[in-house]
Design a protein around this ligand. Structure first.
Ligand code: PMT
Length: 416
């Protein structure tokens, strides 16, 4: 969602200046273009060459610098989709709060109409000083986003609030600000991960799903303004902040959790890899190797998505399909049988993708049979592509239903 965005990162003079290198790297990793402005004091802590290397562009340090290609402070201010100042000293905060523009960074901050995000870092006493607090309040009132400093041991030897917030939190806030809230009003139920079907207290039937695809969908939906409920099988992934998450172990529990929230949602995305079968008997004690062979009898689990399709109403249903052959025809028949609006099919045996990996190569098939094959993408990017398609197909379906209604009423009027 920040691919191609123009991010300007301003760095001021504090010991945390070196951490901004990771911030710039994180944005570059997501294919955003980054320009860096360093104040004179920032250059005492880190050299511009570090940021030039990471951002891939010359670093701007001087209001009247002779830059190649030529670029003015106004052009920098105009091209920015967002200006982030991290770390921000008490000095730059005071300057912005008072509208002072006496160097390149403060001038760009005053000249830009792009959103401004400030991550302060300073000595605890400076942070707690009522003058700094008044300035921060002033900035917040002007809808400038402040990512508050964290508490801990500071480089100056003090213990308290003043450490630069975690880079991950600054990146998250930036993504939030730059992402249009185009799914606002939708309630999206997402399933993720595998299920564990117990054989005995130690063994189980499961699969290789890591939950990454479902979690990426949950995060992207939340960022785009949707209300999200995530029903997840066992995974080792970090819990997602702000997302209502229900943890389940087996297919029965997933069925129960999904049924409970199904009524209230407008979109369902079933990325979970649910075990189709479970052992008919689950042993209370560990099964011992007393026999040469052992036969496990399996019985069918409920097909959760099939049940949802039977009782779909006006909801938009998205299924996944993991196949090893005849991908398109198998997926199409699942789409029809489960009464889906969209299906995402992936090859279960693809190299370096699919189950467990950070990337995936999928084909999308909609309810009208339209097929779109996407290139291999990171699951975080793929999540947004899937959501874009859901939005487009849902809008198309609504328009078609509207047209049909209008035609039906016209026919009725004519026949009266
Ligand atoms: O979790 P990751 O490591 O990121 O990997 C992602 C993934 C490979 C698991 C994901 O992309 C994927 O393909 N998920 C669906 C896997 C699967 O179980 O496919 P299926 O063809 O068996 O099931 C079809 C659909 O019915 C799925 O939406 C599934 O959630 C649903 N289903 C299946 C069985 C069942 N008993 N109940 C269901 O609801």
């Amino acid at each position: 969602m920040i691919k191609g965005k123009q991010i300007v990162v301003g760095i001021t003079g504090g010991i945390a200046a070196y951490k901004a290198a990771d911030l710039v790297r994180q944005f570059r990793k997501r294919d955003a273009a980054v320009d860096v402005i360093m104040t004179r004091n920032a250059q005492h802590f880190v050299t511009p060459l570090t940021f030039q290397t990471i951002s891939g562009h010359p670093v701007f340090t001087d209001l009247f610098g002779n830059y190649q290609p030529e670029i003015s402070h106004i052009a920098l201010a105009d091209k920015a989709d967002i200006l982030i100042i991290a770390p921000a000293t008490a000095n730059i905060i005071a300057k912005i709060a008072s509208g002072l523009a006496d160097d390149l960074l403060s001038t760009v901050a005053l000249a830009t109409t792009a959103p401004l995000l400030i991550a302060p870092a300073m000595n605890t006493k400076m942070w707690e000083n009522p003058i700094t607090q008044d300035n921060v309040k002033k900035l917040k009132e002007r809808t400038i986003t402040i990512v508050d400093p964290s508490t801990g041991e500071l480089a100056c030897g003090y213990e308290g609030k003043g450490r630069l917030a975690e880079i991950e939190d600054i990146v998250d806030k930036t993504l939030d600000i730059l992402t249009p809230k185009d799914l606002h009003g939708e309630r999206i139920l997402i399933t993720a991960g595998p299920t564990h079907e117990p054989i005995d207290p130690i063994r189980m039937l499961t699969n290789r799903s890591s939950g990454k695809m479902g979690y990426a969908l949950a995060e992207a939906s939340y960022r785009r303004g949707a209300e999200v409920m995530l029903v997840t099988g066992p995974t080792t992934l970090m819990p997602l902040d702000h997302i209502h998450t229900i943890r389940v172990t087996n297919a029965f529990e997933m069925d129960k959790a999904v049924s409970k929230h199904y009524k209230s949602c407008s979109i369902v995305i079933k990325a979970a890899a649910v075990s189709d079968y479970r052992p008919k008997k689950s042993f209370r004690e560990k099964v011992k190797k007393t026999h040469k062979t052992l036969t496990l009898e399996l019985e069918r689990n409920p097909d959760i998505l099939y049940k949802m399709g039977k009782n779909k109403g006006s909801r938009f249903l998205v299924g996944f399909a993991a196949e090893t052959k005849n991908l398109i025809s198998q997926a199409k028949s699942k789409l029809d049988r489960k009464n889906l609006d969209l299906i995402v099919v992936n090859h279960a045996l693809q190299n370096d993708g699919g189950f467990g990996s950070d990337s995936n190569e999928v084909t999308l098939i909609d309810y009208e049979g339209k097929v779109e094959t996407l290139p291999r993408l990171k699951k975080t990017e793929l999540a947004d592509k899937i959501l874009d398609t859901i939005k487009a197909v849902k809008a198309e379906k609504k328009a078609t239903a509207g047209q049909k209604k209008a035609t039906d009423s016209a026919v009725k009027r004519k026949n009266r």
